[in-house]
Design a protein. Structure first.
Ligand code: HEM
Length: 419
């Protein structure tokens, strides 16, 4: 998401969560995330009311699940906690009924399982191995083109560029037009009126233009032998080849957003985390072999998707969750649950079990691209360390206005060359 019309309030502008009656706590406010001020709110919920009901919200009442083990329990119980788009889907904001975009992340079995299987080969170990040298070469080119000793926006020049190139590779998308992918990802995740598109009509028109563009690519690939790009996989896949236009668009948006915002914000988040924790940066410089354990730590620390939502298909839990209720799993909170993760608030690049985090979810919807994302981050850090002694953050980051995508609009940095 590259636009934020609303300026971030300061964290001090929000009331102390401990001064509020528990039932008045509402963590699902984009302003809180934009100001990075949500942490004490989640801390209080974890401590005092880990399965918390918020009765009043612009998107309707919702439950917050804030502890690691409870989130795992919900995420792995798809029989009771549904992802179906027609029930509202997978974010706190319901999918709009007059513009439903079916996609397999917002489906329950058996259709979910069949469609997921179609795209799974994109992340097979053999394919990842093939992608590695391409990603490394492209990452190197991007890093070599950056200015030394002057301030620039890391988000735009590195994080967006690298993930967009990656997506273009996965889709075998026309190379020169790859920034269209960034644009469509932003459009899909940004509500109208926040600077990117004026209104819902404009937004839909752009998404339909995205569909047209991809229908063309589909038509080319469906008549060619099966290839190992995502469009060819969808066009030839048993469970996907008869999708209608909206379902094709929905699944495309899933793959574009899934692989875009998340990895982009992990690339930026890593730079920020290392700057805020200079001792960890020093450890990394002294020992680049820590990169493979640093990468999952960055993904935990950043938690690029702050939540996933489910709808209860039956009454559940010791609490009073009722059939039809909206249930929000706050990964961002579970990842700071010190009952499960030692020193959960600290960024530690050589943790004992760095992969113990919720950022990729669990259960049948666990992120398809998790190994690919880790590989991308590992490569970019290997290439950064070969070139620069310090990626120095030069000012406050501008954060995304969202309770779903947790990330950065801008991050000013200055590069110092390795001597
Ligand atoms: C650091 C990077 C990433 C993060 C944090 C992330 C996070 C997530 C999360 C939280 C889910 C839902 C899990 C659940 O409901 O239990 C998910 C699903 C998914 N992700 Fe990722 N993701 C990342 C990178 C990627 C990449 C690179 C791709 C591209 C190939 C991708 C594609 C998907 C898809 C297709 C799904 C839907 C899976 C399903 O419904 O079965 N993700 N991701």
């Amino acid at each position: 998401m590259s636009h934020a019309a609303v300026r971030a309030p300061k964290a001090s502008a929000f009331p102390d969560p401990y001064s509020l009656p528990l039932d008045k706590i509402d963590v699902a406010q984009a302003e809180l995330f934009q100001a990075d001020a949500m942490w004490p709110y989640f801390e209080r919920l974890r401590r005092e009311d880990p399965v918390h009901y918020c009765a009043e919200h612009e998107f309707g009442p919702y439950w917050s699940i804030t502890k690691y083990k409870d989130i795992m329990a919900v995420d792995t119980n798809h029989q009771v906690f549904s992802s179906e788009a027609s029930l509202g889907g997978i974010t706190i904001r319901n999918q709009r009924e007059d513009f439903l975009l079916p996609m397999f992340i917002a489906m329950d079995p058996p259709k979910h399982d069949a469609q997921r299987k179609v795209v799974n080969p994109i992340v097979s170990p053999e394919n990842l191995e093939k992608l590695e040298s391409t990603i490394r070469e492209r990452a190197g080119l991007i890093l070599d083109s950056l200015p030394i000793g002057e301030t620039f926006d890391w988000v735009d020049k590195v994080s967006i560029e690298l993930t967009t190139q990656m997506l273009a590779t996965l889709f075998d998308f026309p190379w020169e037009e790859r920034r269209k992918l960034t644009r469509w990802s932003d459009i899909a995740t940004t509500p109208p009126g926040t600077g990117l598109v004026e209104n819902e009509e404009h937004r839909r028109a752009e998404l339909m233009a995205c569909a047209d563009y991809f229908v063309n690519l589909w038509n080319q690939r469906v008549n060619a032998p099966p290839g190992n790009d995502l469009i060819s996989m969808l066009a030839h896949g048993e469970a996907t080849r008869n999708m209608n236009r909206m379902e094709y668009l929905g699944n495309l948006i899933l793959l574009i957003v899934g692989g875009n915002d998340t990895t982009r914000n992990s690339i930026s988040g890593g730079v920020l985390a290392l700057n805020q924790n200079p001792a960890e940066y020093a450890k990394l410089r002294a020992n680049p072999s820590l990169i493979p354990s640093m990468v999952p730590e960055i993904i935990r620390w950043q938690t690029p998707l702050a939540h996933m939502r489910r709808t209860a298909l039956a009454d559940a839990g010791g609490k009073k969750i009722k059939k039809g209720d909206k249930v929000v799993m706050w990964y961002v909170s579970g990842n700071r649950d010190s009952e499960v993760i030692e020193n959960a608030d600290s960024f530690i690049i050589d943790r004992e079990r760095p992969r113990q985090h919720l950022s990729f979810g669990f259960g049948i919807h666990r992120c398809v691209g998790n190994r690919l994302a880790e590989m991308q981050l590992r490569i970019i850090w290997e290439e950064i360390l070969k070139r620069f002694s310090f990626v120095e953050v030069m000012g406050e980051p501008e954060r995304v206005y969202s309770t779903f995508v947790k990330g950065y609009v801008h991050l000013p940095v200055k590069l110092h060359k390795l001597h």
